[in-house]
Design a binder for this molecule. Structure first.
Ligand SMILES: Nc1ncnc2c1ncn2[C@@H]1O[C@H](COP(=O)(O)OP(=O)(O)OP(=O)(O)O)[C@@H](O)[C@H]1O
Length: 653
């Protein structure tokens, strides 16, 4: 039966991540601001009146009538006449066309340069970013006023060339602004999620990055337009631009300024319209900035990521271990000697060190271990998603017979989504706040198959039903659904490409306990129905027991034990596994303190030469501390990185 999870009341924010942007349209928010509306109306009137000047102007703006020079406002000439008896209102209307065209030219030149370069530098990064930043430094060091005056001198006073050069010279500052916005968006989880779903880079930029830039872009354009209007007026005031008698706002101000002693009124219409237009542009920029910030204010103050508490599923393994055979030949995923480091090339800090992992088709493998043991980094490395400062230093990741280490972005994209998909810890932040849920599922579905519009709609509805959501949820935005629903949507997106392997990185950590159980139940039934293999990262033995056939225990960047789940629970063969199981909160006895593991996981740069768990281990001897401990076969289909396996076995029994 299809169920729709009710919206979570505000008092239960547990399943909502702290940094979830709320998105509604930008313009509706601007329209709620009286000053923004007033500014917009003024600008519309100014632009419309200038465009309609030939229709609206009561007189010919060039027509001189020396009988009516410097007359104040009256019935014939609403805003009076100038020193040659020309109608001020008509000149103002025609002058607006000239001035606003100049603003438009400068803004267009700035946008044509700043948007592509800012977006590319921020999104692509690396060498391109450095080159663009150096070019910006050069651009910003050029004295703009002198260049503009030189351009006017060279191009015979052409205001078009002057305004384009203003736009070009200003673009440096805007490249930096746009770049920094894109840098932030690039790190958003929903961008990573789109990449994992196999969406192309160009499409990610168009669909996810540019919409996030829109608010900032509009604010900057408004402010730049105001500044450009001032520059344009100033140049016309200095007699650059169209020669007299053609009307311009700047020229009218210059003429009025020369007569200010004898006829101060003349300065009011031209100065007033420039001041009003500039003010309106600034107020509009303010309203846009506020609306944009409100649009991305963070809703709900959810606490820090919570560890699952008692009350989660029972620890007794619910699923029989899948027969894996452990032969690399029939494994879907074969990881050998995976070594991952972060930092400057050549000086990386190794955080995952020689991990081996096999996942058979349809098998569910749990990666378990304390915080910082390298589970997430291992999972991300499988998909080539380590970010700019992380890289695979050694080892191999073979998926369905294909080596993934060393593949290009394009080649990896073929594997992501359709081959391997991922669901993250924070469902809400992996959804783009700007798009409806249905559009995001559709995007993932289309990334892997050519589908017509009706087919896409049908596929989205099917996927929503598969994750036990009402297809009507497709019309909602991420902020209109609860954390549990968001995780189901994230699962639907992951399933859209019908992956053979699903990597689930603590998929229930950010959810509250009841929702956790529902999502786990959903994952289990989907896995059993589709036969998708799963690598499940978790701290929680309850979750491992509930879903997994095999448990792989990690400590300080290494796999310390790997065994079928039932064997792991009943007969652990590594002191760390034993200690973790004994300190499992699900086994807490009321009134008795829960055993804990003394000490902490050593940070990557402080790993000891010998066994990395030795400092915290009750079984440790000098032998453990003197040399690295290799992985040992300790029974059918199981390994342990411990030289005291027999003593551990006795203690565990
Ligand atoms: N981007 C990064 N840059 C530098 N170090 C990192 C980065 N990401 C992770 N690390 C380091 O790698 C180590 C392993 O981290 P990882 O997130 O894989 O641990 P984990 O076992 O998944 O922990 P948790 O359960 O808390 O997520 C940690 O020491 C962590 O500080």
């Amino acid at each position: 039966m299809t169920t729709t999870e009710p919206r979570r009341p505000a008092s239960r924010p547990a399943s909502r991540p702290a940094s979830r942007p709320v998105s509604t349209g930008l313009w509706p928010r601007v329209l709620r601001k009286p000053l923004g509306v007033a500014a917009g109306v003024v600008l519309l009137v100014v632009v419309a009146a200038s465009l309609a000047a030939p229709v609206l102007a009561p007189h010919d703006p060039l027509l001189q009538d020396l009988r009516v020079v410097r007359q104040g406002p009256g019935a014939q000439h609403w805003l009076g006449t100038d020193s040659l008896g020309r109608d001020v209102l008509s000149r103002l209307l025609f002058g607006g066309r000239q001035s606003l065209a100049g603003v438009l030219e400068a803004v267009a030149a700035m946008l044509v340069i700043a948007v592509p370069l800012g977006v590319l530098a921020g999104y692509v990064g690396g060498l391109l970013d450095r080159v663009v930043l150096r070019a910006v430094d050069v651009l910003l060091s050029i004295p703009g006023t002198i260049i503009t005056l030189a351009v006017l001198a060279i191009f015979d006073g052409s205001m078009l060339v002057a305004m384009v050069s203003v736009g070009v010279l200003a673009s440096g500052a805007f490249i930096r602004v746009f770049r920094s916005v894109v840098l932030g968006v690039r790190r958003e989880l929903y961008v990573g999620a789109a990449r994992v779903a196999g969406v192309g880079e160009a499409r990610i930029v168009l669909r996810h990055v540019l919409p996030q830039l829109r608010g900032v872009l509009l604010v900057q354009v408004s402010l730049f337009a105001a500044a450009t209007l001032g520059i344009q007026t100033g140049l016309a005031f200095l007699s650059f631009g169209p020669p007299p008698p053609a009307p311009t706002w700047g020229g009218m101000v210059a003429e009025a300024a020369s007569l200010v002693q004898v006829d101060p009124w003349l300065l009011v219409p031209s100065g007033g319209v420039i001041a009003l237009t500039t003010l309106a542009l600034c107020l509009l920029a303010d309203a846009l900035r506020d609306a944009n910030q409100e649009r991305f204010t963070f809703a709900g103050a959810a606490g820090p990521r919570r560890r699952p508490a008692a009350g989660s599923p029972a620890v007794e393994p619910a699923v029989e271990p899948a027969p894996t055979g452990r032969s690399a030949d029939d494994a879907l995923l074969v990881v050998r000697g995976l070594r991952v480091g972060f930092g400057e090339p050549g000086r990386e800090t190794v955080v995952v060190d020689g991990v081996d992992l096999d996942v058979a088709p349809g098998e569910v493998v749990g990666l378990v271990g304390e915080s910082g043991s390298g589970k997430t980094v291992t999972a991300l490395a499988l998909l080539g998603l380590l970010g700019a400062n992380g890289r695979v230093l050694a080892g191999s990741v073979r998926f369905a017979g294909r080596e993934l280490v060393g593949l290009s972005h394009r080649e990896l994209r073929e594997v992501r989504g359709a081959g391997i998909a991922m669901i993250s810890q924070e469902p809400m932040v992996s959804l783009d706040p700007s798009f409806r849920v249905g559009a995001q599922i559709a995007e993932a579905a289309r990334a892997h198959r050519r589908l017509s519009r009706p087919q896409v709609r049908e596929r989205v509805a099917d996927l929503l039903r598969a994750v036990r959501l009402d297809p009507a949820v497709a019309r909602r935005f991420p902020h209109e659904i609860s954390g549990g629903m968001a995780q189901r949507v994230a699962i639907a997106i992951a399933l859209a490409g019908e992956p053979r392997l699903l990597i689930a990185d603590e998929p229930t950590t950010a959810l509250d306990v009841t929702v956790q159980a529902e999502v786990l139940d959903l994952l289990r039934s989907l896995q059993q129905r589709t036969g998708t293999a799963v690598v499940l990262v978790s701290h929680d033995w309850g979750v491992i027991a509930d879903l997994c056939g095999r448990a792989v225990v990690m400590y300080a960047g290494q796999v310390v034990e790997s065994a079928p789940v039932r064997a792991t629970f009943t007969a652990p063969r590594h002191p760390y596994t034993l200690a973790l199981l004994r300190s499992n909160p699900h086994d807490a006895v009321p009134g008795r303190p829960l055993p804990t593991i003394g000490g902490v996981v050593p940070p990557p740069r402080q790993w000891p030469v010998g066994c990395r768990f030795a400092a915290r281990c009750a079984f440790a001897t000098d032998r453990c501390r003197s040399a690295p401990v290799p992985v040992l076969e300790v029974g059918a289909d199981r390994t342990s990185r411990c030289v005291h396996v027999d003593r551990v076995a006795v203690s565990a029994s």
